[in-house]
Design a protein around this ligand. Structure first.
Ligand code: C6P
Length: 445
């Protein structure tokens, strides 16, 4: 049966991924984490072989892909899982009695359980498939915040949020008359935790914060944020778009209320993402979109809604996306999140040191705890021009405001160039980035 075949494909690829990790001190490499006391080292050259796109050239040069914070590349395991589903089992889910529909349903719901295990959620009722982080946050805004909030109520965010964690709350503000409070950051790009705590008031009804800033790399102290908010009985949404590929997320240990992420930043397909929600909260929330699949019964007088999680999934869902996402999680856990994180942190340190040596280069975002991305400016060169020169060298970085215009305003820059590092990047990539930036500097002198 095709469902079994999916499993066979992902398991085989996951085993291959496993070989890319060597374990020292005699321990075994554990998917999803490192055995206590064992240090795993990722063989990035071997990992690269799993990502077909990395073999291509750009403008005649071997590709150096440093834009994984925007969208990470897909390993062959993900491409194959999607292809296999489309070639063998594709049909609409939850609807048909025919075999293909049953296989598609089993694979789609199996993917939901894979995400549940990845996040260590209690139940698949807490795992909603959405288009991505943006849609997840909009769902909470419209279904949790909008019906509850009114004038006098406040939503608290931070000054380093992505637009996806600002604009949905502004829309709720317009719809309900509530207000939006913003906790400040400092010049390193770190959240001022004392100021954050001071902004929690009896009016605060919801806190929404990034786990990792996409523009600065800052890792936020989410445990402290959660305990401060929960001490006042305030629920917390965490925007995990930039966190999930770099660290294991345990929603039960975190005790967060909502956690949002996108598949395409986790080596999965685009158009699929996840909202984790605490079941007691989701159960009380009305559906936010109406249509097929989210109902139990419909008459012209009255509709009754489906159970969780389907109450929040109106219409035909993204089956192949969910299946691809599950394969991406298999792949990443077989590499080992600890091994990947350690590898990326080494690259971050090396790249930071290399770039700091370049005259006129300023790193924007120097928090003590950073995920593996570096935002920077180069004196006398607009980041877009810099990006174009790097592209001509085969190096893909993102340039612009990174959908975080308030962050750019805070640091007084129109834009930055951003290099982000993933499991498949190497020291050679860092070396080529630094040498291309130096070359750009010469061009504009
Ligand atoms: N950041 C980046 O290059 P979507 O587009 O829904 O998958 O994710 C939105 C989003 C939300 N929060 C954070 C922290 C993010 O980084 C992103 C996406 C990309 O930084 C594209 S702007």
């Amino acid at each position: 049966m095709a469902v079994t075949r999916h499993e066979a494909v992902t398991t085989r690829e996951a085993e291959a991924a496993h070989e890319a990790v060597t374990t020292h001190e005699g321990g075994n490499a554990h998917p999803g984490g490192t055995a206590a006391g064992a240090a795993t080292v990722l063989d990035a050259e071997r990992v690269r072989e799993d990502f077909p796109i990395l073999a291509r050239t750009v403008h005649g040069r071997p590709l150096v892909y440093l834009d994984s914070a925007a969208s990470a590349q897909c390993p062959r395991a993900v491409i194959r899982a999607v292809e296999d589903y489309q070639m063998r089992s594709h049909a609409n889910v939850h609807r048909g009695v025919h075999l293909l529909s049953q296989e598609a349903t089993a694979a789609y719901e199996g993917a939901r359980d894979r995400v549940r295990r990845f996040l260590n959620a209690r139940s698949t009722r807490e795992i909603l498939f959405v288009r991505g982080t943006t849609e997840a946050i909009n769902l909470v805004a419209q279904s949790y915040a909008r019906p509850r909030l009114g004038p006098g109520d406040e939503i608290l965010i931070t000054a380093l949020e992505h637009h996806a964690n600002i604009v949905p709350w502004q829309m709720v503000r317009e719809q309900t008359g509530c207000s939006l409070a913003v906790a400040p950051i400092d010049l390193r790009g770190e959240l001022d935790l004392e100021a954050f705590r001071a902004r929690l008031t009896p009016r605060t009804r919801l806190v929404a914060v990034a786990h990792v800033s996409n523009a600065l790399g800052t890792i936020l102290p989410v445990a402290e944020i959660l305990s401060a908010a929960h001490a006042r009985g305030i629920p917390v949404l965490i925007d995990g778009a930039q966190a999930v590929s770099h660290r294991g997320i345990d929603v039960r240990a975190l005790d967060c209320d909502f956690y949002a992420f996108s598949g395409h930043k986790l080596y999965g397909p685009t158009g699929i993402g996840v909202l984790y929600g605490r079941e007691s909260l989701l159960a009380e929330m009305p559906p936010w979109q109406g249509g097929g699949d989210m109902i139990l019964t419909v008459s012209f007088e009255r509709t009754t809604y489906n159970e969780l999680p389907w109450k929040f999934e109106a219409g035909t869902p993204n089956m192949s996306g969910a299946i691809g996402l599950a394969a991406a999680i298999d792949y990443l856990e077989a590499l080992g999140l600890d091994a990947v994180a350690a590898h990326e942190q080494r690259l971050l340190e090396e790249a930071t040191a290399e770039l700091r040596r370049i005259p006129g280069l300023t790193i924007i975002g120097t928090a003590a705890h950073k995920a593996s991305l570096i935002s920077f400016t180069l004196e006398g060169i607009h980041p877009h021009d810099l990006g174009t020169i790097l592209d001509s060298e085969g190096i893909a970085v993102r340039t612009g405001h990174h959908c975080a215009m308030p962050v750019m305003e805070f640091f007084g820059v129109p834009a930055t160039a951003r290099a982000s590092f993933a499991c498949y990047n190497t020291r050679e990539d860092v070396r080529r980035l630094a040498s291309a930036v130096r070359k750009a500097r010469e061009v504009f002198r």
